[in-house]
Structures are given as C-alpha cells and as structure tokens.
Design a protein around this ligand. Sequence first.
Ligand code: PGA
Length: 257
Amino acid sequence: MTRRPYIVGNWKMHGTRAMLSEARAIDRAAQRHMKVEVALAPPYTLIHPIHREAEQIAVGAQDCHHADGGAHTGDISAAMIADAGATFVILGHSERRQDHAESDALVRSKAEAAFAAGLRVIMCCGESLATRESGGAARFVRAQLAASLPPVDAMPAELADRLCIAYEPIWAIGTGIAATTEDIAAMHAEIRALLIELLGPEHGPEVRILYGGSVKPDNAAAIFAVPEVGGALVGGASLTADSFMGIALAASDPLES
Ligand code: PGA
C-alpha cells in the first residue's frame, strides 16, 4: 500500500448524541495510529457535532443529493454536508441502491455534485449473491463501477486524493461472513485494471480500493494483507471504539503498534 491505509466507519442509521462519546474515543485512539487514516460517516445529524470536536479523524456523510438546492423535501446537498464539516461522502452504497432504487446514472450525478462541492468520494460497488453464484460478479462490478463514475475529465485533477472505491459484496454486508481473501484479491485486481482503463496510467494505479463487508478486528489483518486492499469500509464493527480501533490497529505498521 503506497498511501496510508484508509479505515472508514459507516454508522448507517445508528447514532444519537449519546454516541458522541464513542466518536471522541475513536478520535483519541486515532491519534495513536498516525500511519492509518481514520474517518467516520455518522448520520447527518452527527456530522457537525463530531466535526467540532474531532482533532484527528475526518467526518463524512453516507449520501447526498445530486442537485445544489431547491424543492427536494427531506434531501441534503453536497454543499450542505460540506458546510456541516464533512470532507467526504459515501455514494452508491448497496443499501441506497436497494432501498432507494438509486441507479448508476443517479449515483454518477451525485458524484459530480460531491466533487463540485470539494468533497472526497467513496464510490461503492458490489454484486449480489445471485450474481456471484451465476459467475457474473466481475462483469457486474466492472459495469456498475464504469457507469457510476463520472468521466475522468469531469473529475478533479488530484484524483487519487479525491476518489476512492469500496468493493462491498452485498452478501457480505452485515452477515458476519466476509468474502474470502482469494475472492477479494480477484475482485480488487479486476477493479484496479478497470481503474487504469478508465482513469489512465497516472491516476488508475493510485486510487485506493477499500474492502467492505463484515470486516472485524479478527479478520482485518488477513484482509489488509491482500494485494490492492487500501483499507476498509466498516459498518457494524465501527460502532464501538474498541472494535473499530482493533481494525485500525490491524492496518497500522506492526512495528509501530
Ligand atoms: P458491515 O457493513 O461491516 O456491517 O458488514 C459494511 C458496510 O455496509 O459498509
């Protein structure tokens, strides 16, 4: 891994102000793991409170709307989350694609809006169990990613700092059954090849690819040892400082920890 491993907690629809103490504990612990980049994506309502207190970790959102503003009741724009203190946004998570019928084209327009607002984008992709069992996982993920990313000339020049991919097989999310290291290695190699095709030889090799789906402290080290794994997007295990920082520890230089 040429860049620092990137460990991102996705709190999903979990967390009221009572969880701020956990965010504080994560922030304090992250200060002891400087070789790892730690970030949290809490619900919208906690972005600003965490941003105000955090000294080390970055704070982001789990989604944003594709428009700058307007008559979109209940929606939040990229500029609004940036104003609240978010520096990144997760887009195209499978739960949004499923629960809100988000298409690849919609996800792409959200990415354009997020880049325009100065945010980093974590672009999610991943196949269902049925697709994997049919042998079509690599084809599906390549097509989904190619259609969800804006064209390279519509993305920021400093792309390796602004874009990151998260491969999250749907069947591994929240199930306790992570993909095998062989499956992760094969899919991350596919994604790397696609990124070089889409983004060119300068950016393609540099954009980090995270793995997500039942990452826990006890499987994290094996996952981080897989080539082309640049970090993790963590759901359930990011809800407590103990388990989340157990994962960060696995990603930090063993000589330093
Ligand atoms: P999980 O979720 O770690 O709870 O499997 C990962 C995600 O959905 O980002």
